[in-house]
Design a protein around this ligand. Structure first.
Ligand code: GLA
Length: 727
């Protein structure tokens, strides 16, 4: 049993294999948080302390006991207005215009399996893999009900949180802030790790102590954004890759979000993760239900490496779906950096011919194939094949590509529209805009009002018309601007737009998956601007960044690896000098770096020399044989590329019988010192053979001393070592 209830003490205990989560309904009916951390038996109500503290609100029914205040007690789902002055998980404007609520415990229910959330992405697991706890809280005055949902996946060391908010009263209330998870700790002394960035430089690692005052990350952009990833890690200051306690909080949502960490006046820590509260005021009429997107929580007492592996495993097995969930993805060549908008059917066909010769498995026709789109100023919204540019109907073209033994994939940006498009000319009100005000532009385009079903339906139909024209096995789903002008001419209440938009988007994706169950969808938003667990539910891989520079990619992929499995990370080899940075790295190095994710090429392969073609052939063969290990193996960070002389990472099969180690030298100096890369995750006491050299090594020596790298000149040398267990 993963979920236990102690009737005497009114304590809920949630166990995973290596962690325990505990809360208590106290004598006043408040749901208090007792413990989250290393697995432990017993009950932890002793952590609660009571003292008469000045300027703290006391619930009326507590009477003269001035030692009892929500301002100091650790809570499960703190609400605004109950005497707690810290940042709340929920804030409600009531029917009479008053603020505040008072949520008290009513009942609970335990169910087998993992709850789902209608219309929203969520971790799934069957009755043998998970249990669900539902706890009903209610405000007895307004009849606001909150059903807290907990999904416990013991084998993944994951607990998910979500909530159903119900207006069981009369009239319309407004949800003005809703968070998905709150973690209250009665102590301080944590670091917070978060991931900041910008277009083409996403998910940089930042670690800072949580101090007095609030530290906040988030997005107001309508997408999870390049700027902050919806992932937070709370770590003890002495926690590193391999040792120490740490907590991961990942929001399974792709829109605007916020995350906060604060140390309060009593040195206690509160962490919140959930919906962005700005421009949010969600109306809830009598009987209506609001579903809160979920947060995945994981705890590791073996450092950040194990924490990442917990999330990777959970997403691989319980979040990604579809035919390609755990099977090797096709190695692709994408036309974007090969030609941008300057292609025609012949050029693409030639690209496919070269690709097929090299063993590449799929051609992706990126932006520029529809309407009259020859640059990024027009035609979004007109998903009609430009047969003149292609030289023939799409069906014939795809047949030719398939004839080469290659799959065919295509790019779409379904959520956006250019003013210069037939769709916009016909339906200008279908774009989000504020009446009487000129909209803010981004890449000269607007965002369609996906809160409206007829808009989603119309674009869906257009997309199906294209997908039905031939054997299309892959779609790159892009989204190339941030959301502004969040106003819908039909929605009525504008405080609901950001959330309802996401429901429209998810509905579209769900329908697409249902209609084309074998379709592989790769997410994208100017590279990695919507790289989140929510999207992984629909798109098992996501284009990691528009930056294909091998050196920058090492850092971007390092940051990404904290929260996301390698199978989620679209990663391609492109030309040098690199188009984003101008940097030159060898083809070998670019190959090794791109093999840290879902592999492909993004260049005109016809321009390669014969010698380069041989290298590419070898890379393709290697990747094909390593793909199951890369996609489904355990991922280990062996260095920190922001600080170390070299970048190194490793994939080890779950059974420990094989390992792939990749290294890139970040620095080169005269009379270079020897460098050793220490391995992780091998079976102690066993021997492993490196497959290229044939050398046999003792696993413990590889862990303690490591493997010496060749002393070679030249910048950014890269190495790959593939080990198999032999004794
Ligand atoms: C975005 C994507 C690119 C490419 C272009 C096409 O920037 O991230 O990979 O598809 O759009 O316009």
């Amino acid at each position: 049993m993963a979920i236990l209830f102690d009737n005497n003490k009114n304590i809920f205990t949630l166990h995973t294999d290596n962690s325990t989560y505990q809360m208590q309904v106290d004598k006043y009916g408040f749901l208090l948080h007792l413990y989250y951390g290393r697995r432990t038996e017993g009950t932890m109500e002793y952590v609660l302390t009571y003292a008469d503290r000045g300027f703290s609100g006391i619930p009326y029914d507590v009477g003269p006991d001035r030692t009892y205040s929500m301002d100091a007690l650790p809570q499960e789902f703190p609400c605004q207005g109950n005497g707690d002055f810290r940042s709340p998980a929920i804030s409600v404007k009531n029917v009479d215009g008053s603020y505040g609520c008072d949520l008290r415990y009513k009942s609970y229910e335990v169910k087998k399996g993992k709850y789902g959330i209608k219309g929203l992405p969520a971790v799934y697991a069957d009755e043998t893999e998970a249990e669900t706890l539902e706890i009903l809280l209610e405000d007895s005055v307004t009849k606001l009900q909150v059903v807290l949902l907990y999904g416990v996946l013991p084998g993944c060391d994951v607990i998910t949180r979500s909530a159903r908010i119900v207006n069981a009263g009369e009239g319309t209330m407004y949800l003005e802030k809703v968070q998905s998870a709150c973690l209250d700790f009665v102590t301080g002394n944590f670091d917070l790790i978060s991931f900041y960035g910008r277009h083409a430089m996403e998910r940089n690692f930042q670690r800072r102590p949580v101090t007095h005052g609030s530290f906040k990350i988030g997005s107001r952009r309508g997408t999870s954004s390049h700027q902050y990833n919806p992932l937070m890690i709370l770590a003890r200051p002495d926690t590193n890759e391999d040792f120490g306690g740490c907590y991961g909080l990942a929001f399974v949502y792709s829109g605007s979000f916020q995350g906060e960490a604060e140390v309060d006046q009593y040195n206690q820590t509160r962490v919140l993760l959930g919906l962005q509260e700005e421009q949010f005021a969600y109306p809830l009429d009598t009987g209506e239900i609001f579903l809160v997107p979920e947060t995945v929580l994981t705890y590791s007492n073996q450092g950040l490496g194990k924490l990442s592996q917990n999330l990777h495993r959970c997403y691989r097995k319980h979040l990604c779906r579809g035919k390609y969930k755990e099977t090797a993805r096709p190695i692709l060549v994408n036309s974007w950096e090969a030609a941008y908008f300057n292609f025609d059917g012949k050029m693409l066909y030639d690209l496919a011919v070269h690709a097929a010769e090299l063993g590449i498995e799929m051609l992706v026709m990126d932006d520029g194939w529809f309407g009259k789109r020859n640059d990024d100023n027009s035609s979004l919204g007109d998903w009609v094949v430009n047969e003149e540019k292609l030289g023939e109907p799409l069906k014939d073209f795809i047949e030719k590509i398939n004839g080469l033994g290659m799959k065919f994939g295509i790019w779409f940006e379904p959520e956006c529209v250019n003013e210069d498009s037939d769709l916009y000319r016909e339906h200008p009100d279908w774009a989000l805009h504020t009446p009487g005000r000129k909209p803010i532009l981004g890449r000269n385009q607007l965002i369609l009002d996906f809160t409206r079903k007829e808009v989603v339906d119309a674009v869906f139909d257009q997309m199906c018309n294209v997908l039905d024209q031939g054997n299309i096995e892959y779609v790159k789903w892009d989204m190339n601007r941030s959301m502004t002008d969040m106003y819908s001419v039909v929605a009525g209440e504008q405080g609901r737009i950001a959330y309802d938009y996401m429901l429209g988007l998810y509905d579209f994706l769900e329908r697409l998956m249902a209609r084309y169950p074998n379709l592989l969808i790769e997410g994208c938003s100017g590279g990695g601007g919507r790289f989140d667990a929510g999207m992984l539910y629909y798109t098992p891989q996501i284009w990691c960044s528009d930056n294909t520079d091998a050196l920058d990619r090492i850092r971007i992929q390092y940051g990404t690896s904290f929260g996301y499995p390698a199978g989620a990370v679209g990663s391609h080899v492109s030309v040098v000098p690199n188009e984003q940075t101008g940097r030159i790295t060898s083809l070998e190095t670019r190959g090794v770096v791109a093999m840290a994710g879902v592999f492909g090429y993004e260049m005109n392969l016809g321009n390669l020399s014969e010698a380069e073609k041989e290298i590419v052939k070898e890379q393709v063969q290697k990747y094909r044989s390593y793909a199951p290990l890369i996609q489904n193996g355990l991922y280990y960070r062996l260095s920190n590329p922001f600080e170390d002389t070299l970048a190194a990472w490793e994939f080890v099969s779950e059974d420990g019988t094989e390992a792939l180690v990749s290294v890139v030298m970040l620095e080169i100096h005269g009379n270079m010192t020897a460098n050793y890369v220490r391995l992780k995750g091998l079976k102690s006491g066993r021997s492993y053979q490196e497959q290229e050299s044939g050398c046999i090594y003792d696993a413990d020596a590889l862990r303690e001393i490591g493997i010496p790298l060749p002393l070679k000149g030249g910048e950014y040398q890269a190495y790959q070592y593939y080990f198999k267990i032999v004794g």
